[in-house]
Each structure stands twice: as C-alpha cells, then as structure tokens.
Design a protein. Structure first.
Lengths: 333, 330, 333, 330
C-alpha cells in the first residue's frame, strides 16, 4: 500500500488513524502517556506520533534511550503504579529484547499474585515485511504473543480498527499488545466511522459462499485481493479478518467455514508452529465434519526474509499464491 | 533495662530490630523443616544471615512506599508486615496464602502492603521498580520505591538499563543491592571485572555507597539517608549492603563452591547475635528478655504453621481464574 | 520420574547420560567447550555438568556471570571464530533474555550473509513443569524455537537420546537448541545402547493400531502411561516421540496415522499457537482423508503455571486426560 | 610534494587516508542517488561525516583481524577492502553482492575480509564480537576483533553484559564507539544520565579514552595504541570517537531534532577537508593531485555502479538456499 494523495471524498491514512487514537487517549485520560524510542522529537520511527510532543509535552510523549527491556519493564511498573502507559517498541523484531518482561512479568503477574496485581499496559509495535528491510526488520512474530495466557493481542487491518482499537485496549485491565503492519501505515482509505469497535470478535470483510480466506493485518488485504481475483473466475470467497489474535474468536471462523466448507489461512508468519497452525488446527478440530477439503495455509516461506525485492516477494504470501491454493483445493475436491 | 524499668525509645527500637530479625530467622528455620517434611516444595531460597538488610531497610519506609523483591524475599515480606500465617499458607500452596497458593516461596505478593513480589527472573524486577517510580513522579506523589536485588543482578543488562533510566528521569527509587558475595555458586570476583559495585552506580551519576549489611542499625541509617535524598527530589540512590548467606543457595544446592571456614567466619558476624550483644551492652536486653522474645516468636510461628496446615486449597475448578482480571476487580 | 537406586541390571540416569555425552564431546574435540551460569564450580544448576570442571578445567567448563544475552551471543561469536561452544541456559524461561541473539543473529546469519557464515552452536536448556516451580520457572517454550528457520531443535525423551544426540548436534554446522525436561533428569533406566542416533526422524516408542499418541520430551512418557492404561481397556495406542521439533519429521507421523486413523497430540506447551497446533494442522492437512476423527490435543491449561501441586497437576497434561481424549474420540466416531 | 618529486612514506600514508575517506564519501553519494532513483530500497544509513573513524581504525588492523559493524557500515566495508562493486551489487539486490543480495545495505558481509556484518539490531553485535575474541583467546591466536557501534548502543543492556564479559575474560577486542551524538533523533544527553562514555568502560576496569573522530590521523594513532595493548595481552579497550553524521539517520528521517546551525558547525570540521588541508600544509597535496584522486574514485564508482546494474539476480528458485548450511560448505 503506498501513501496516496487524499481523494475527493474524505480519507484518512492508517498512520493518521493511529495518531488520532493516541491523541484522543491522551486527551481523555491524564494517566495515559506514550513512551518509547524516538516517539517525541523524531516524531516516531514510522511517523505515527508526529506532532504529539508539541501538544502533550515531553513527560507524556516520552523519548527513551535504547533499552527495550528497561522501558517496557518501566511501562509495566508504571501500569502497576496507576498510570496507563502506551509503550511503543519500534518493531516486533526488537521486541525480542523485551520478551522476558512481557511474557514472564506482564502476562504472569495477575495469576501469580492470585489476582492482586493488574498490568493495564498497552504495547504497540510495527510488524511485517514487504519493504525490503531484510532479516532483522521484517519478521512477523505475532503468533508468539498469541501463545501467551494473560495477554490480549490485536492486529488492526482497517482504518476503523486503527482508529478505534486503542481506547478499549487502554480500558482493559490486563496487558494488550497491538501490531501495526509497516506496509499499512501509508495506506489511505475512507475516513473511519464513529466507533467504537469491539475487541472480542473477528470480522467478515467480504461475504462469500465457496471458500473462507482467513488472515489478519496485511494478510487481510492479500486475501481481499485474492477474493477479487477469484470472483473474476466465478469463485465466491469470504474473507475473515481475525482482528484479535488472542483470544481467537473461533466462533466467527467456524461460522464462516460452516457456510463455505473450505478454508485457506493466510499468514505472514512462517508456517511451522505459527499463528496459521492454530487457526488451521482449530478448524480441523471443530469443523472437521463440515470440511470438504483439508484446510490450506499460505504463509511466508521459511527463510529469514531476504533484502532483494524479487526474493522477498517470492517469500511473502501474495494474492496469486492464495488463488492457487483455492484452485488446488477445488481441483482436489 | 533503664534504671526506672521504662525502656527508652532508642532501646525499644533496637529491640524491635532484633525481634524482626529473629522472626525472620525462625520463620525460615520452620520453612526448612517443612521443606524436609515435603510440605513445602519447589525452590526455597532462605535469607538466613542477611536479615539485617531487610529489617534495617524497612524501618526507613512508610506504609505508602512500594517494596519490590526477589525470590529470596521471605524476610522482606515478613518485615514489611505480611503476616507469617499468610506467608506460610502460601508456601503450603493454600488459598489463604498471600498469593492464593499460586506463587509459592518465590512469589509472595501483597497489594495492601504494596509488596510487589517475589520476582523469579534475576534483574527483571529492576525495570518494574523504575516504572513504579515513574508513575509516582508523574502523579506528583511522594512515595519511594525500595527495590531489593542480589549482586548477581549487576551483570544483567537490565540492571544497567534501569540505572540509566532511573537516573536520567530522576525517579524516586532506592536500589538496595544485597551483596552476599555469591550468585548461586559464582563469587562476585568471578563474575565482575570490577567488584566495587558503587562504581557502577556512579557511572550513571547516581549517589551510591556501601554499608555493613550485618549491622541492622547501620543499614537503617544508610537507607534513611538515601530515602531522604530520594523523597527530597534528589533522584535515585544505590546502596550496596555487604552481607552473606549462611545457608546454601536453595534446598537443591550442594554448596560445593565455598569453604566451611569462610562460612564460619561470617557466622561470627551473625546480625542477630551482633544486635543482641549491642543491646546487652546498652543494658536493653538480658537473658530473660531474649527468652521471652524467642517464646513470643515461637508462639507466633506455631500459630502460623497450624493456620497454614489447616487452610483450604483453591478448588481445582478455579485453576484458570486470575489469568486475566476478573470483572469484580475491574 | 524420581531418582531411584540403580537396579540389578545396569542403569543410567537421564542426567548421567547427558553428562557422559558432554564428557565424550569435550574429550573428542578440543574446540568444544561448555559455558553458562554455574556450569563449573556449582556443578550445573541441575547437576548435569557436575565433575566436568575437574576433568576439563575452567577454560572449557566456563562459568559465566548472569548475562544470558551476553554469553549466548559470545557463544555465537565463538562458533563463528572456529570453536564448538555448548551454551547452557538454565531454563527456557530465562532464555527469553537471549531470544534476540538466537532468533535475530544465530538463526539468520547464514542466510543473511548469503551462506558465508555458519554458527555451529549448541544451546542446551531445561524446560517443563511438574516440580512446583511456578510461573517463572516452569513453562515449555520449545514451540517458539521450532518456529524459527535456521535452527534445529531437539528434545530427548529417552536415555539413548540423552546420551547420543549431542554428538550429531555438535557436528551440525548450524545452531541447534536442545531441550532437557527438568522432570527427566533424575529418571533412571536401562543403560543406553551404543549409538549413534539420527537427528532426522521421529521414533515410534510403542507400536499400536487404534490411535496414535504424539508427544515429545516428558510428554512421551505421559503418552506411554496413557497407552498402558488404554491397553488394559483393549485399545492399542501407538506412541510417536517427535525427538526433532524442527524440522518436524512429518513422514513418520503420517505413516502412523495412516495405520491408526486417529491421533492425539500431547504437549506440555500451552495449546493456542503451540507446537501441538502444528502437529495437528499437518496431520489434518496431509492425512485428512485418512482420519476417522478430528485430531485431538492434550496440552497444558492456558495459565501461567501455579505453584500449588493440585493446581499444577490439573494444569499439566496427565495420562488420564490423554485416555479421556481417546475415549471421547472413540465415542464420537 | 617533496623537493625531489618523490613523496615520503608519511605523505603517502596521509594521502591514502584521504583517498579512503573520499572513496567512502563518493560511494555513499552514489547510494543516495540510487536510492532516489529507487534502485536501492529498504533502509539506507549513510556514514557521511564519520569517515575518519572507519578509515583511521582500519589502518591499525591486519588482514587476519576481525571486524564487526552495524547497519551503518558501508564505510567500514569499503575501508576493509570489500570492493565497491560487491557493495553496490548488494544494495541493488544482486547475486554478485557481498551477501548475494540477501542482506542489502544493513547486512554487508565478507568472510574473506573477516567482515562480520552489517548487524541491524543495535548492540546485538557486541556479544558476537566478544565471542570472536573468546575463540581467539582459546585458540591461542593473535587476532584482534574490532567492534564498531554507535553511542546509542551504550544504553542497551547487551553493551554492559559484553563489557563485563570481555574485561573479566580479558578478551582481545577493541570496542570502537562512534559517538555521533544522536541515536536516530535522540541526543546523547537525553538518553544517558552520564554522557562521559569512557566512565562506563572504566566501571569495568577497562582502558578507555576518547579521541577526535573528525581527525583521521588521531583516530589511527589511538586505535593503534589500543590494538597494541590488546594484542599484547592487556585485555580489551574502549575508544570513544567523537564524530557527527552530516546527513539524516536514514532516508526516512525528516531530521527534525537538530538545528541547521549545529549541522553547519560540524560540517566546518569535515574530516575530508581537514585531512586535505593538513596534506596541503605538509606540501603533500595540491589542486591537481586532489582532482586526480577524485577522478580515480569517480572512475572506480562508475565501474562499480555499472557492474552492479549489470549483475544478475539470484534465481527465485534459490530462495530457500543458505537457511541452513549447504552440504558443499560443510
Ligand atoms: C535471568 C535469570 N537467570 C538465572 C536465574 C537462576 N538463578 C536464580 S537465583 C540466581 C543467583 C542470583 O544471585 P544474586 O543476584 O546474587 O542473588 P542471591 O541469590 O545471592 O540473593 C540464579 C543464577 C534466574 N532466576 N534468572
Ligand atoms: C534493538 C534495536 N532498537 C532499535 C533499533 C532502531 N534503530 C536503528 S538505528 C538506531 C539508532 C542507533 O543509534 P547509534 O547507536 O548512536 O548509532 P548511529 O545510528 O548513530 O550510527 C535505532 C534506534 C534497532 N535497530 N535495534
Ligand atoms: Mg548474591
Ligand atoms: Mg549515534
């Protein structure tokens, strides 16, 4: 998705929607503050927080040193201490440096303390490939977060979700991790509706009858493009946007599969032991007798993402690969 | 005892310090017995020998301050005011335990006491303490956060990230490094190229010094001084308390890495004996008073053990409670 | 499994088998050395390396400060520099502190450098629950490692594998992660055979015809106990030990399922987006038309593991839960 | 020029330093053009203004030594001897690139040059450098590992873990901190409570000092001194090179966090101009010689750009190669 000039009808970019959500939150509750590397003077490494420093000042738009574990942990402590911190970790790749804090402390504290302590922390991070950033800046580790009891994991794929997911995430008394796909920031589309959005349900982004395509974040757009191509061939694909990666809304997925009897999971994570595996396994477990064909998965090739564009394109899920998977399914049935 | 049978405030405080240390010592001796009887399981890390640090430090804090500790935190929990009953019930895995039996020895928690654990990942509690300080600063409060950790944590990156954040943002945190010379079996001089720990803190432009961690009154004085700096807006401080653990690292530890002589030398500096001797010298303690104190502590612990043993278990159906916050607590 | 006195026939403990493997490796190749917290004077936090310091000295049995990221990274560098380091990380829980090094550097370097650099590193770590160590010392994160291209991931479940997996792991030019379940260390069984073992294939630990139980590490023993109980009821269960968690040996799994037409995956990881999901998804994808019933999963309850024994027992996969899953499957069919 | 038309060894070396810096500067100017033309994509971090550090430091190393760098490593790669052709082919994603097009600007590698990247995670390269040093020490070799990193890395825990490990084990590593005053948009004084970086190293009992990173000869002298200490068995050293980047952090950076005046002030200290002026003063450079040098560099780069553009792409079928080591390389 490339940044395009605003059209005649009112539009908003994904980035601007995220920024407006931050602005709302900061205005609405003085316990809310944003901290992370270069969120302030630099304007956010992907420009999400640009301008907020001027409005809210350096205490609430708080630049940190390069200390991922330190400032994520400080966010946990600040949440315990009564604040509502939003921590920005530049990318999910770097979040591995703070993974211990999130998994072993933030997610565990409530249960481990017998329900005495709560960590109302929001952690935002960029994820995903497609921008030729190579093996240390391009991976999609959302599935790892979705494995962890005690966390809620969100992945906005639409301007509406970018605009409205933050408020309920901040209202959650437990830690929430929000993934923003780097390729979506510049995407511009119709202005969001009035909100709110719920944080419980997956969403059907396109209705269809022949096959269900399931994805999240940027993969929803891959699935939508594939559905468009399939429609030209007379195949009607339904597209499910997971939205909430933990806890997964199995009901919506199963409801769709009960109508289409076929499913393809599209995921930018690697295939083995990734998010796609869970979605496929759940369908096969709970809708086994509904399925006309085995669930298929279209994921990123199991390589550290390469820089060269032709190689990166070949590694990532593309609409053509989704179309091919659907065709193979029809052929096999 | 002072001439008129009244004891001075100073003597009373000295006795209080002694009593607190004895309570911890005897509590942990019970823990060891209960462990041997397989009533306590998992890892058990006792604080025997180091009691002066927690007891001295707690005197300098108010009920409104925050306390953050490690997996070697029985002493801190007790000195902070968590009843022995709830501590032992926790170690016995009971629902009346201070973490409802979900935490065990390493994860004692108490929201009312502002006791934030009981943290099992070495050094991971340091950023958390900084965050508590940050919340306090942003809310304009006057709470101090006391963060206890072992000298082994100094090698972890998180220690350094936290020292820098705390100093940079002038957070109201007292970093209390319990230097008992060993991290499990690794002596400080085999794990740090520079063993003067205050120098590390100084490289963050933070006030830092060392204190004799076997002297409860010295610890109290030092922590009072640091808390005053911190509460006065002087930013964080670092205190190295030089101490020693008399027992093995945990009940699993064969203790092969140090000599009996070394342990014996340090036992001569037992903080309880030292405080008792000091009080005797001041005329504030005699054999009868000590025996009475011990008897009171024994009674407290008899009661606590009985309470813990009788306490119910969390129903198995409730296993998945508290993974996320319950509606009632929202 | 508890440490028992040696019986009349020659036996060896899992711990001793691991130690003998280390001893062999250190004797065979002077580039091999062991580094980690307390591997030397203390004797290893779980006693695996006890005695090795005396034989090989402090350069090769190298105690480190508490610096997981630092010493795992030093292992990576030492491997690049021509050594064959074995890094011990006390538990997989603490390995999160070194996760960035393993994922973003060790696993990526070969591909990212176009095949110029190789990281012949072995990382050993303890995993698993069952010893009342609560939420920061009991989890099973093997599945996260099994997600990462560039890594080989091993999980010995037998005395033979404990004895013989290390040598081929050290011979691998790429990074290998070995998981040792804490509850197995004290287990004593018949002395290992002469080796070697291969690092490619899963193993059938018990032959059966009615259902395939698939697990790894300690879960193999849970499955074996369940198979024993099922046999008493006349149900013949086959038990597959994955052994190699990455790359998964799908062929052996599918071969078994092709015979039994039913499968239960037993995994000590949490269910959602865990290793169990991948195994279940692969079976459902590739043996869909062979299955008489949906694949079932018996995993750890999605809670940070609690200390209290009755709660921990209830959370972990137990033979009874596996038996119940098989019964439910029979009933459903 | 010396009287008899021969130039002295000293003058020749001074010219070599100048030429190396000019090669880097012009290479990166080409990169910026290629980026604007969308022939290079992803992140591009240029080193313009900092060339004296890499060039000065490389003089002190032998071909057998190891070099480890960050994502801002074009200059180091070129100064280390990786041909401009292979560097540019890499940035154009070609199979003839020094990482076969898989790495791009941030991940230049060359096994023959013992150039270990091109590492994109800030501070993660430090433990790796320590490990290379450890391997060397254990094998009894005399190689030194030179590890370049930005001042931003000092806030990361891994910096501290590595300094301690290296000092504790006396590893043969020179830690070269390129203090260009900013980590992306964050000035050092807004990220470190103590901005004297040598103090940090000193808290690990490691020889440490600072050098003017805009003076290529001063850098060379300082690194030679440290390499001598390290190679002589004196353990690791830390050098802070005070420098400045003239351009934005990356091609994405709007550069809002510093003033034009500040940049202009530093540009007056351009290391290339300074070295040229010094050589003129010494009579070792005149306009004609400088023009010739520039022409040679331009020709080298014309050739390199043409080479990179003509170089083939890795076949898509080979995508999954090198994820694990190929049989042939075992
Ligand atoms: C990150 C991490 N690494 C390793 C361990 C295992 N471990 C538990 S306690 C301990 C020693 C800590 O020593 P120190 O900080 O000095 O505290 P002490 O036990 O002496 O009170 C170790 C290595 C751990 N819990 N966390
Ligand atoms: C662990 C990590 N956090 C954040 C980033 C994003 N990032 C890339 S470069 C950079 C600034 C680093 O500054 P410094 O170390 O001073 O090096 P310089 O870029 O100035 O050469 C940041 C924050 C990263 N690559 N890795
Ligand atoms: Mg200690
Ligand atoms: Mg910098």
């Amino acid at each position: 998705m490339t940044e395009t000039a605003p059209a005649a009808t009112a539009t908003m970019s994904f980035r601007a929607a995220l920024r407006e959500a931050l602005r709302d939150a900061l205005r609405a509750d003085e316990r809310v503050f944003l901290l992370g590397e270069d969120v302030g003077r630099y304007g956010g490494s992907f420009g999400v927080s640009r301008g907020l420093l001027d409005e809210f000042g350096p205490e609430r738009i708080r630049d940190t040193p390069l200390s991922e574990s330190g400032f994520v942990g400080a966010g946990i402590g600040a949440a315990l201490g009564g604040m509502r911190p939003i921590v920005e970790v530049m990318t999910v790749n770097f979040s591995m440096l703070a993974f211990d804090q999130i998994v072993n402390t933030a997610a565990s504290l409530s249960h481990m303390s017998g329900g005495q302590f709560h960590v109302p922390l929001v952690v935002r991070m960029t994820t995903g490939g497609g921008r030729q950033l190579a093996a240390q800046h391009s991976h999609s580790f959302e599935g790892w977060y979705a494995h962890v009891p005690g966390l809620r994991v969100l992945a906005p794929a639409t301007i509406d979700d970018a605009r409205w997911m933050l408020a309920p995430a901040l209202a959650d008394p437990d830690p929430v991790v929000i993934f923003e796909h780097g390729s979506l920031y510049g995407w511009e589309a119709a202005e969001p509706g009035p909100g709110p959005v719920d944080l419980e349900r997956a969403a059907i982004r396109r209705a269809g009858t022949d096959v269900t395509l399931i994805g999240s974040s940027q993969s929803v757009h891959v699935a939508l493009a594939a559905a468009e191509a399939l429609a030209a061939d007379g195949i009607s694909a339904e597209v499910v946007d997971l939205r909430v990666l933990r806890p997964l809304d199995t009901a919506t997925i199963l409801g769709s599969v009960a109508r289409t009897h076929r499913a393809v999971v599209v995921d930018e994570g690697w295939r083995s032991v990734g998010l796609s595996a869970e979605v496929a396994a759940r369908i096969a477990e709970e809708a086994f007798y509904e399925l006309d064909a085995p669930v298929a998965r279209v994921c990123t090739a199991e390589v550290p993402l390469p820089y060269a564009k032709h190689l990166e394109d070949a590694a990532l899920p593309q609409p053509e690969r989704v179309v091919a998977a659907v065709r193979a399914m029809e052929a096999g049935a | 005892m002072s001439g008129d049978g009244q004891i001075s405030a100073e003597a009373a405080h000295g006795l209080h310090l002694l009593r607190e240390m004895v309570r911890i010592r005897r509590l942990e001796e019970r823990c060891i017995e209960l462990y041997s009887a397989a009533e306590i399981r998992g890892f058990l890390h006792v604080y025997i020998g180091e009691e002066a640090v927690a007891v001295g430090a707690m005197q300098a804090l108010t009920a409104e301050d925050n306390v953050v500790g490690t997996y070697r935190e029985h002493g801190h929990a007790l000195a902070r005011g968590i009843p022995a009953r709830r501590i032992l019930a926790e170690m016995l895995g009971r629902v009346e335990g201070c973490s409802r039996g979900r935490g065990g020895s390493m994860h004692l928690f108490d929201a009312a006491a502002r006791f934030y654990g009981g943290n099992g990942i070495v050094a991971a509690l340091l950023p958390l303490a900084a965050g508590l300080g940050l919340a306090e600063r942003m809310q304009g409060g006057s709470r101090v956060t006391a963060c206890f950790f072992g000298e082994g944590a100094v090698a972890e990156g998180e220690f350094h990230e936290t020292m820098n954040l705390a100093a940079l943002w002038r957070l109201p945190v007292v970093f209390l490094c319990e230097n008992n010379r060993y991290a499990m079996g690794t002596a400080l001089e085999r794990s740090e190229s520079q063993t003067d720990l205050a120098l590390k803190a100084a490289s963050y432009a933070m006030p830092a010094w060392a204190v004799d961690g076997m002297d409860v009154e010295a610890v109290e004085a030092a922590v009072r001084e640091q808390v005053a700096i911190v509460r006065g807006g002087g930013g964080p401080c670092f205190l190295e308390a030089r101490t020693y653990r008399f027992r093995a690292h945990s009940m699993y530890d064969p203790d092969l890495y140090r000599t009996k002589e070394e342990i014996a030398r340090w036992r001569e500096r037992d903080p309880i004996d030292a405080q008792a001797a000091r009080l005797r010298e001041r005329g504030a303690l005699d054999d009868a008073a000590l025996a009475a104190l011990e008897a009171e502590v024994a009674a407290e612990l008899d009661d606590a053990v009985a309470f813990a043993r009788a306490a119910p278990l969390e129903p198995v159906e409730d296993l998945e409670r508290f993974v996320v916050t319950e509606a009632a607590a929202r």
